[in-house]
Every structure is written in C-alpha cells, then in structure tokens.
Design a protein. Sequence first.
Length: 168
Amino acid sequence: MSQTVSYRRRSARVILLDRDQHVLLLKFLFDSTDVGRGHGWVTPGGGVDAGESLQEAAARELREEIGFVVSPELLGRPVAYSSGYADVGWARGTFRNDFFFYRVDAQEVDTTGMEALERQHHAGHRWWTCDELIDSTEIIYPLGLGSLLHQIHVKGIPEQAVQLPWHH
C-alpha cells in the first residue's frame, strides 16, 4: 500500500553545468535584515505554482532567476530529489525539492527577473567545480551535490532519481 504525501511546498531546481564542468550556484542570505546571520549556496529554482509541471516550474525559475530560457521538455526528468520536514518561518511541513540536470555552453547570469523576496536574499552567484563543492566548508544545498555531480560524470545520468539528504 503506498502512502500519499501532502507537501507543504514542492520545488523544482536545476543543476546547471557549463562546458568547463562548473555548476552554477546562487548565494543567498539566511536573513536579509541581518547579513551577520550568514549565507548559503543553492541551485537555481523554486516553488511549483498551481497547475504547473515540475519541468515548467524549473524552466520558469531559470528564466526568472538567471535569465536563461529553455523549453521545459528539454529538461528531461529529475535526476535527484530531497524531502523532509522544515519550519522556515513563512511555512512549515513536508517539503520536497526535485532536481533537473542541464548542460549549457556558457551562461551570463541576469537576475533582473527575480521576484522582490528573491532579490532581498540574493547575494551573488558563482560557478563551482565538483572538487570545490566536495571540499567546501560553505553551506551548499542540496547536500551531496558534489558527490552527485561526480557520479553523473563517471556513470552518466542515473536511471532513477537519486535521493539526497534533507538539509533541515
């Protein structure tokens, strides 16, 4: 018997890899009113709107957050996911992030399409190597991203979405 999970928030995110094998991460502030509370790094993406597929949400988020336009169907299927309970102040419950993998030659990051709340928390971006991800002491979401990229490099895209550790 399968159990149906009611998610408080469902997100679609994209692991974007350039021709030099660097992955794009966006730097965000944990508290936009107190920079001293620190920051983390995350793949582009965000919440799925009502009536939107995961692919459509991921493509929309790429356009809004970094100015990259891609047809949703070109994103394929998710290569990984993470899920668990979170209380983030504005919402609490079971969250799930689904991650797509997409390669680009290069991409200039254009954040002018970000929503106001995203702009408040946005603190930059960076293209990371797999080794930098694995060796970093920075907070990087999803947890296990470096290992996943290494696995994709060595074995290719997984046949089934890989479960990554939850981060809360």
